[in-house]
Ligand binder design. Sequence first.
Ligand code: ZN
Length: 146
Amino acid sequence: MQEIKPKKINHIGIAVRDLESSIQLYTNVLGLNLIGIETVESEKVRVAFIEIGEVKIELLEATSPESPIAKFIEKKGEGIHHIAFETENCEKQLKIVKEQGINLINEVPKIGAHGSLVAFLHPNSTNKVLIELCQPSSSISRKEVE
Ligand code: ZN
């Protein structure tokens, strides 16, 4: 069986009700660096990335009641939403994971924040932890150049 061997944890996603007040916590109390805020239309979320070493904290605020984040908060309240593992070839890694018998939420990667490719594994296969495979856009363009 093949393994996907992710390089590192790219980010930890946290579902929040109010993006601005959550940003205040991470920047003014913890003193971390806000990299940027972005709206991801496909997921109906507004996202803020906070940087800590090589890892990022991804704060997620719903922009619509139909957003997966709105539904998550409705069911479970605010809190840790997902862990994102950084991979080099998201599409191939998804196939490998599927071959290992893991259920997928996304059969093919979709465009996430910063133009990255992202796909989620189904929590019913992963101890209820929502796992994201994430391929940064920098590694996508590198592949295209090669
Ligand atoms: Zn994420």
